[in-house]
Design a protein. Structure first.
Length: 395
């Protein structure tokens, strides 16, 4: 006699995110055993289960993925927001000692417990919208001890809540004040000391390749050091200008290149060849009042997977709503509903190097069950949260 599943969700409409589209199964069911999907398919063929949940025709998607956040930090930058409204640019604020460095000062002063406590409300907002996987970057410490403090805090969030946390070392986020005028010296510290020490704390390494960040040559050193230590890489690229960061990331087989407002054809070709995901961050585009959009049509034509994320951070995207990120992806970048939903599920997972974000046997039983009649409502509505229930690892 077959052993029954732990839980069966039946009488549902499924968006599996398999194949190239939404992978819809009408009148479907999902069973989970030991936290893993053990059956997905027609309701009529569903196995027995110890617990049966009647979904009453609701839609089920994979648990949502936010693949680019700066969730752990101290303080806020509301005054800088005010300055931008009065005409200052992001670059001007950064060069005057504001921007990232103002958050660095606050984060260095905060204890690990304080960082966890301040991040939990932001994480809870994401969880409340059906998110089951979140990437969290460091990058506001810029010393060995403070970067590791941030990574430990991020890991602890996954112990405090039922959520998968992926950590990314972003020590090459800005040149710290004590290294002013010696960016190369700081890159030495990142490559020779911080990256090796982050092994076991970080799942990937990122950098900010930009005029107010690090040059392509410096970025190349950081990515090469990460790869040499067995860590996959990601990159903030082509947000404010085109320094050919996406092509550089692709040469290191990066999981993703993120932002990409100024991405060119060479970068697109390199990303397509390497399988690098394009992670778009419409919250930052909106908040900084950018006008130069990522080359969506060219990304589509090249077959590059497109992910969407909140980029939740205190300076350029103080947003903790993955559903709003999906809406912005549609309204600002003219992504389709299918692209938006894949962007916050399967492609978001790909941007983290994960084989999740789909509903398939053998995948984690991370589900989001929705009070909607049409999946387009998840992208269409603004300020609404139609989540009925969130299932993490089968419970």
């Amino acid at each position: 006699m077959a052993i029954p599943a732990d839980t069966l969700w039946r009488n549902a409409r499924l968006a599996t995110m398999t194949g190239d589209g939404l992978g819809i199964v009408e009148q479907g069911a999902i069973a989970a055993t030991g936290g893993t999907i053990s059956y997905i398919g027609p309701d009529s063929d569903a196995p027995d289960a110890a617990e049966i949940v009647d979904c009453q025709g609701r839609w089920i998607t994979p648990g949502l993925v936010d693949c680019h956040t700066h969730l752990v930090h101290a303080g806020n930058r509301a005054r800088e927001f005010e300055a931008r409204l009065e005409g200052a640019t992001y670059e001007e604020i950064a060069r005057a000692g504001g921007g990232i460095l103002s958050t660095v000062t606050a984060t260095r002063a905060a204890s690990e417990d304080e960082l966890i406590a301040s991040a939990l409300p932001r994480l809870d907002q994401l969880i409340a919208e059906g998110v089951t996987t979140v990437e969290i970057k460091s990058g506001y410490g810029l010393t060995l001890d403070d970067e590791l403090k941030m990574l430990r805090a991020a890991r602890s969030l996954g112990e405090a809540r039922n959520v998968h946390i992926r950590t990314t070392l972003l020590a090459a986020h800005a040149v710290p004040p004590e290294y002013k005028g010696d960016a190369d010296g700081y890159v030495d510290l990142v490559c020779e000391t911080i990256i090796p020490a982050a092994i076991g704390h970080a799942d990937a390494v990122d950098a900010f390749c930009e005029g107010i960040g690090f040059s392509p040559e410096q970025t190349d050193r950081v990515l090469a050091a990460a790869v040499a230590h067995g860590l996959p890489v990601k990159l903030h690229a082509e947000q404010l200008s085109n320094l050919h960061g996406a092509a550089l990331a692709a040469r290191h087989n990066a999981l993703s290149a993120d932002h990409l407002e100024h991405l060119d054809e060479a970068g697109i070709a390199a990303m397509a060849a390497s399988g690098t995901v394009a992670t778009l961050l419409p919250g930052a585009f909106y908040f900084t009042r950018e006008e130069h959009r990522p080359p969506i049509a060219a990304l589509r034509a090249a077959g590059i997977p497109i992910a969407l994320a909140t980029d939740c951070n205190p300076g350029t995207s103080p947003m903790a709503s993955i559903l709003l990120a999906a809406n912005m992806g549609a309204t600002f970048f003219r992504l389709t509903v299918t692209e938006c939903l894949r962007g916050i599920t399967v492609n978001g997972a790909r941007a983290l190097g994960l084989r999740t974000g789909t509903l398939e046997p053998g995948r984690p039983a991370d589900l989001a069950i929705w009070n909607v009649t049409d999946l387009a409502e998840l992208v269409y509505r603004i300020g609404a949260n139609p989540l009925h229930s969130r299932i993490y690892a089968g419970t």
